[in-house]
Unconditional design. Structure first.
Lengths: 199, 278
């Protein structure tokens, strides 16, 4: 009898605590939720590769701010483009980022993810994660910013290499030589190529 | 030994170029390191108005352009100095072919043949032989604690880890390896990276890190344990074994990026910068 009462109390406290902590989710909570959801999809044996990609896409689209990423990738060129061009770029770029991110995550299906820490500076934060594999530990950090009650990812840093800085320098080089239209054409060609050669 | 002569010649040829860039480099590192402090103060945290705007379905999709400018402050774009691009792209092409037609098939065969524990054991073995590189360079950079860790790791892994095949220092004592090399030490002393350089078989590098390889070669125990032909067999085996563990990173980069050469050039520079600052 006493045991039951105690259990109920513990359960009640746990519930209250969980609800309280959910009221303002931390950057790590938000990233963890998405990463766990992705790992679950990857480990779901009932889904085929296409099905997995589709479900992962939904989760990534909720967590990744592709517009912010595009803006940062184009940097000063962002202001020089028209709204239509921006929309076009964001559409193409989000497909490429998603593909690249999923490709990397896919190769770590059965691994454990640790969350060694987070650093918050105002509305910006960095969530540190560590993918523990049998052969190596890979640090993957997510740069996030607060929008409404959510923390959205605007850059992914794998082993010290920022995805966005990386894209920015290559894209700027391509734009210098072939212009914005040339860049869009190359991005479209890459997407077509990725779609036609399923790995 | 012809290898040493070759490296020495390389060192002498590149020294003037590297020294020339030293001054500007020092300034760069200082501003880079000073950035986080100033960035923090300047970050405007309040953005209440934007949120209500964002909730509004009627808002055109690209209205809040300027609202994201606060993300840009921590930008750390590294401009890679690459005057030898034509040569480098040629070397990149060569490495690409060597990778796909010669090295990778062997690595795939080894991946199929050898059980994973054996692959990891071999990798640990070579990593342990290179411990003196990390020990010396951590010390040269004044990181005496890291240096001590590396010495401990070497002692523990060589004995308990059976000649370095296992990594009990990490598994049982929680002391992890920290990548330190001569290139990083040179950077700490203000040496500029110099022009970007793609080395045959070794891939992305720059003049400074290329010279760093000379130091690494001297501190490594691999050439002490293996001489002449055995040395080349040993380092080839190390590379093949490493690639058998690697999850096809290069294939992924090649598949994903619009220009793999540019992608790797920037990734290498960012990766090195991160190592130097840590």
């Amino acid at each position: 009898m006493l045991k039951q009462l105690l259990l109920t109390l513990v359960a009640g406290f746990t519930l209250a605590f969980t609800m309280w902590s959910h009221a303002g989710s931390t950057p790590t909570d938000d990233v963890r939720t998405s990463v766990n959801a992705i790992l679950e999809i990857l480990q779901n044996e009932q889904l085929d590769k296409e099905g997995k990609r589709e479900q992962m896409s939904t989760i990534i689209n909720k967590r990744f701010d592709f517009r912010a990423m595009s803006q940062r990738t184009l940097a000063t060129n962002w202001k020089k483009t028209t709204d239509e061009e921006k929309q076009q770029f964001v559409a193409l770029f989000s497909q490429l980022i998603e593909n690249s991110y999923v490709g990397k995550i896919e190769s770590y299906t059965n691994e454990k993810v640790d969350y060694p820490g987070e650093k918050i500076k105002g509305r910006k934060a960095v969530v540190e994660t560590l993918i523990i594999t049998s052969s190596a530990d890979i640090p993957v950090n997510y740069k996030v910013y607060q929008k409404g009650d959510q923390w959205l990812v605007y850059d992914v840093i794998i082993e010290g290499v920022s995805l966005i800085s990386n894209y920015r320098s290559s894209y700027q080089e391509i734009m210098k030589k072939e212009g914005f239209d040339g860049l869009l054409a190359k991005m479209q060609a890459k997407i077509d190529e990725l779609a036609s050669t399923p790995s | 030994m012809p290898m040493k002569k070759l490296l020495l010649a390389f060192l002498i040829c590149t020294l003037p170029l590297t020294v020339l860039g030293t001054e500007s480099r020092r300034g760069f590192i200082e501003t880079y390191e000073a950035q986080p402090a100033t960035g923090e103060e300047a970050a405007p945290p309040v953005l209440e108005e934007m949120e209500t705007e964002g909730m509004d379905e009627e808002t055109p999709p690209f209205m809040d352009d300027d609202d994201l400018s606060f993300l840009d402050e921590e930008d750390d774009v590294i401009e890679v100095y690459d005057p030898l691009e034509t040569f480098n792209r040629g070397m990149f092409w060569f490495n690409d072919k060597a990778y796909f037609y010669a090295i990778k098939p062997v690595a795939k065969g080894w991946r199929w043949l050898a059980p994973e524990p054996l692959q990891l054991g071999i990798r640990n073995f070579f990593s342990n032989l290179r411990a003196p590189i990390r020990f010396v360079n951590a010390a040269l950079q004044g990181k005496f604690r890291d240096s001590g860790y590396e010495l401990t790791r070497f002692g523990v892994n060589t004995t308990l880890g059976i000649g370095g095949l296992f990594d009990p220092a990490k598994v049982h004592f929680g002391i992890d390896r920290k990548i330190e090399d001569t290139g990083q030490t040179l950077a700490r002393y203000g040496v500029s990276p110099g022009p970007y350089l793609v080395l045959p078989f070794l891939g992305p590098s720059n003049f400074r890190d290329g010279i760093g390889l000379l130091g690494d070669f001297y501190f490594s125990l691999v050439p002490v344990l293996f001489e002449n032909t055995a040395y080349w067999i040993a380092i080839s085996g190390d590379v093949v074994n490493f690639l058998s563990i690697d999850k096809d990173t290069y294939e992924g980069i090649k598949k994903d990026s619009l220009d793999p050469y540019l992608f790797l050039r920037d990734a290498y520079s960012q990766y090195r910068m991160n190592l130097i600052l840590n």
